[in-house]
Design a protein around this ligand. Structure first.
Ligand SMILES: *[C@@H]1O[C@H](CO)[C@@H](O)[C@H](O)[C@H]1NC(C)=O
Ligand SMILES: *[C@@H]1O[C@H](CO)[C@@H](O)[C@H](O)[C@H]1NC(C)=O
Ligand SMILES: *[C@@H]1O[C@H](CO)[C@@H](O)[C@H](O)[C@H]1NC(C)=O
Ligand SMILES: *[C@@H]1O[C@H](CO)[C@@H](O)[C@H](O)[C@H]1NC(C)=O
Ligand SMILES: *[C@@H]1O[C@H](CO)[C@@H](O)[C@H](O)[C@H]1NC(C)=O
Ligand SMILES: *[C@@H]1O[C@H](CO)[C@@H](O)[C@H](O)[C@H]1NC(C)=O
Ligand SMILES: *[C@@H]1O[C@H](CO)[C@@H](O)[C@H](O)[C@H]1NC(C)=O
Ligand SMILES: *[C@@H]1O[C@H](CO)[C@@H](O)[C@H](O)[C@H]1NC(C)=O
Length: 831
């Protein structure tokens, strides 16, 4: 998809003939209000080089802060991330006059706000220097215009430059060492080695190669006085005249590779304007032209194309630049996942549709990381896995691809092996100070409880939220296992995918709703003191990660019929969602991923107009054009992809073929699915207030289900024709969306019986793990006293078990045999 730069004139010409969608893109969108978007130059979708300014203050995630002085313009950035800064490496800073010490962390202020458009960035510094930037995939172009008669033009290269942060817990980056060489012809090469960042990476080395257009005299500096660590290195280049252009490439493999990237992509005669034109052409051809609408409102077009831009910046396509010698150079390789936990809900399902080639490469890449390093990534940057916030999200992405028929060059046996590793082998500890209980590097740290107990006790951090995520991950394994005909595995993982239910406390109430996910204490009992409106610190060391019990309680999207059953009626479920989504209650945080799907869940009770009402309200009140337009960290474009799905009128249930239907923004939208296939979504009667579906045709046929499947509209393309109006109408009278883990006829379940069963089972499992840990006679004696309790429990369970699987189908035959086996074992040990 990345056309060779030599062929580009053709690409530019052919794209100029088309519409220029880049005019609608606001690169400053989401840079403020905690959105943390990177506004600098990204010369092509997923390009490794992201060239922009770096603020000289601490903890600026993407490097951009409009009001701080600038410490340099660097080639490497993330975008839209929270956590802690990463990169800000391979930089230059223009200077005037003599510089005594280029390694003294110089910085310059702006004369006015930066000016940028897709592919182009301009900063006017208050000393009169104007910096203009453009880029290809692996190299950046710097054009400096110096004011006349204000001192000699110079450029500082400080190898120790990076985005700083004083955050605790090893989250900040540091400079380990560097080297640099200048050559008589004025070019320079070298490498810097850095440490840390949000993913807790060990030392990583980046190599660079820079060339100037003008003749320079250079002076290298070594700062031997740097007290606490290896020596800083850098150089000052000085020039005659007022105009200097430079171009710099980087590589994770070698300086030669950095020079090769540079010379292949930006030649001695390439101009800044050439690069800008090429960037625009690439973005138009590869991204924007795939989504076309007849809409004329430029505010809405701006939101559409700016959102598409924001979700095509990360991950970075580092194919050919993986320094791991076990990696085959020709295999596709992607880095900078920030993180798959953020991306699996909305972004990757949209990438599948818009970028099928890239999507296949991405899947091969994460499987390749498993093959060469042991686990698929969740977060990853500087070629190092880290960190896992919830479960092993790559499993969800692989399942989504598998069930939607993605095959190509993917080795699905290896893919399934990677998933099984996630599901069965807990990763070794990585001693993350923020989550000391288990590895946060990759995989599923809390597997020991999940496998042995079927729930996660507070022995593990983030226990309740991880349980919900693990259930979804296991459902992903079920999907792939059943597709591959591995029926035994499929049964195992389907059963495990239901274990989110083991955290369900039917008695916990909050704001009039009864029944919530709760943590399970170390002894296995359900926490009774939970405040469902609060997640405490909501972070690494807490019971819930970044979302409240209210939010996680509706997150088992593969088993929603069970949740509705727990609620007892459609109305109770509807009330639960109303309370969750009512802005007054401040419960659903749409600036974070766990609530992405919640406004659409009314579809599961055929109250689709409420999904439309709530999701549209969120889209229109929490998102807006401009720097402050995102409700939270973009999270590598996750927020933008949520908004795009809202515009399209569908919501993907990752890991299932189901797309929930809501209501499209535009009267005519066409998505190019490749190979001549399109999804064409039209609507009549729509307006700002007429947003409700009155009727729908799918592929020309009247449609009364509030969902479509992959095969309906994506596999071979399709049409969806909406009639919209101002009234909420009960048009969705057809089959409910599938709830694939809630199979079996659930009517007639006696939930009291079921609860006795489940509690008995948990209780026994805990006694058993206590027994395994008995260290002395005292403990054994105390344990013996519970013999009677055990006998009682067994009797209780026996009493409540009528032996009729049909009556209590949620209690599986496996559960039944486990109960009798464990009871026997426990009683045996005590004899
Ligand atoms: C931004 O830069 C472009 C290209 O140099 C220029 O045409 C435009 O006038 C500038 N806009 C502002 C607001 O400075
Ligand atoms: C750079 O210096 C060389 C040798 O002095 C000269 O031939 C060349 O024209 C100069 N180039 C520029 C751009 O000034
Ligand atoms: C364009 O859409 C925006 C957002 O819905 C709206 O506020 C604005 O009034 C529309 N502009 C025109 C000219 O209709
Ligand atoms: C990723 O990069 C490689 C090497 O530059 C290129 O061959 C491939 O086409 C790129 N992938 C996409 C989807 O552009
Ligand atoms: C729910 O509350 C009832 C009445 O207080 C109690 O008997 C039952 O054991 C509780 N159930 C659970 C699962 O805590
Ligand atoms: C488990 O621990 C909690 C508090 O730590 C206690 O209230 C409860 O009674 C214990 N339950 C059992 C079954 O031991
Ligand atoms: C529950 O948490 C919320 C939010 O932190 C707080 O406002 C409320 O007072 C808490 N309720 C109780 C009963 O502690
Ligand atoms: C459910 O089972 C319990 C005992 O296990 C019994 O007391 C109750 O009456 C049953 N409820 C119904 C509706 O059958």
């Amino acid at each position: 998809m990345f056309t060779s730069f030599l062929l580009l004139p053709l690409l530019v010409v052919s794209s100029l003939a088309q519409q220029d969608y880049t005019q609608y893109v606001d690169v400053f969108f989401g840079t403020g209000n905690g959105g943390n978007m990177f506004p600098g130059v990204v010369g092509a979708p997923f390009a490794p080089v992201k060239l922009g300014p770096d603020a000289n203050i601490d903890n600026v995630k993407s490097g951009f802060d409009p009001s701080s002085p600038i410490s340099g313009f660097s080639l490497m950035h993330e975008t839209g991330t929270g956590g802690a800064p990463k990169y800000g490496t391979v930089s230059q800073l223009p200077v005037l006059g003599n510089v005594d010490d280029p390694l003294a962390s110089l910085s310059l202020t702006r004369a006015k706000p930066d000016n940028a458009s897709l592919g182009y960035y301009q900063t006017s510094l208050s000393n009169g220097i104007v910096v203009e930037l453009a880029a290809s995939e692996h190299a950046g172009f710097f054009k400096y215009t110096f004011p006349p008669n204000k001192g000699q033009a110079g450029v500082v290269v400080d190898v120790s430059h990076f985005l700083t942060s004083k955050l605790p817990n090893n989250l900040g980056q540091s400079y380990s060492r560097g080297s640099m060489q200048t050559y008589p012809d004025g070019h320079y090469t070298g490498s810097g080695t850095y440490h840390g960042g949000w993913n807790l990476a060990p030392d990583w080395t980046v190599y660079f190669c820079g060339r100037f257009r003008s003749n320079s005299t250079s002076k290298a500096y070594i700062d031997g006085t740097f007290a606490s660590g290896p020596v800083k290195v850098g150089a000052v280049f000085q020039f005659d005249g007022t105009s200097v252009a430079s171009r710099v490439g980087f590589s994770f493999i070698s300086t030669e590779k950095a020079c090769t990237f540079l010379d292949e992509e930006i030649t001695a005669t390439t101009t800044l304007q050439n690069l800008v034109d090429i960037s625009k052409a690439k973005w138009n051809v590869e991204v924007f032209s795939k989504v076309r609408t007849t809409e004329k409102n430029t505010t809405l077009l701006g939101q559409l194309y700016t959102s598409l831009y924001g979700m095509h910046i990360l991950p970075s396509n580092r194919t050919g630049d993986n320094p791991n010698t076990k990696w085959k150079a020709t295999d596709p390789y992607y880095d900078d996942f920030y993180t798959l936990w953020d991306l699996y809900r909305c972004t990757t399902p949209l990438l599948q549709i818009l970028q099928p080639n890239m999507y296949e490469e991405l899947i091969r890449s994460v499987i390749g990381v498993f093959q060469t390093e042991g686990y698929m990534p969740d977060g990853r940057s500087s070629n190092f896995n880290g960190r896992s916030q919830g479960g092993s999200s790559a499993d969800n992405i692989l399942a989504d691809a598998y069930i939607k028929g993605v095959r190509g060059k993917i080795d699905w046996n290896a893919g399934y092996a990677a998933m099984v590793k996630d599901a069965e082998v807990a990763p070794p500890p990585n001693n993350d100070p923020q989550g000391k209980d288990s590895s946060t590097k990759e995989g599923r740290g809390a597997l020991p409880d999940w496998i042995n107990l079927g729930y996660i006790t507070t022995k593990f951090t983030r226990s309740a939220s991880r349980a919900i995520e693990y259930a979804g991950n296991d459902f992903a394994l079920y999907q792939v296992a059943s597709g591959m005909g591995k029926t035994k595995d499929a049964d195992r993982y389907l059963a495990r995918s239901r274990n989110w239910r083991n955290h369900w406390s039917p008695n916990t109430t909050s704001l009039g709703t009864q029944g919530f996910i709760v943590p399970r204490r170390r002894n296995g009992s359900l926490a009774t003191n939970q405040n469902a409106t609060s997640c405490g610190g909501c972070y690494w060391g807490d019971d819930y990660y970044e979302a409240k019990p209210w939010e996680y309680s509706v997150n088992a999207h593969h088993d929603l019929a069970t949740l509705i059953k727990y609620d007892g009626s459609d109305n109770a479920f509807s009330t639960r969602l109303n309370t969750l989504l009512d802005p007054k209650n401040k419960l659903a945080d749409m600036g974070n991923e766990p609530s992405f799907g919640s406004p659409y869940l009314y579809n599961f009770i055929n109250q689709q107009s409420l999904s439309v009402k709530n999701s549209r309200q969120i889209a229109k009140t929490q998102y807006s054009p401009g720097p402050a337009g995102l409700p939270g960290n973009s999270d590598a474009g996750a927020m933008q992809s949520w908004l795009l799905w809202n515009m399209i009128g569908l919501y993907p249930l990752t890991g299932q073929t189901t797309f929930l239907i809501h209501s499209p923004w535009f009267s005519d939208l066409t998505i190019d699915l490749g190979n001549g296939k399109n999804l064409h979504v039209t609507s009549t009667g729509g307006s700002d207030t007429a947003i409700y579906v009155q009727s729908l045709k799918v592929n020309g046929k009247a449609w009364n289900k509030n969902w479509v499947s992959w095969n309906d509209v994506f596999a071979s393309g399709g049409t969806m024709e909406f009639v919209l109006g101002p009234e909420m109408k009960n048009w969705d009278t057809g089959d409910l969306p599938p709830s694939p883990a809630s199979n079996g006829d659930q009517t007639g379940i006696n939930f009291t019986t079921w609860w006795l069963w489940r509690s008995g089972l948990f209780w026994l499992r805990n006694r058993r793990s206590d027994l395994e840990n008995i260290k002395n006679d005292d403990e054994a004696n105390r344990m013996a006293q519970s013999k009677d309790d055990i006998a009682n429990a067994r009797a209780e369970i026996a009493k409540s078990d009528d032996g009729d699987e049909k009556k209590s189908p949620i209690v599986t035959s496996d559960d039944r045999s486990e109960i009798s086996r464990e009871t026997d074992e426990v009683v045996d040990v005590k004899k």
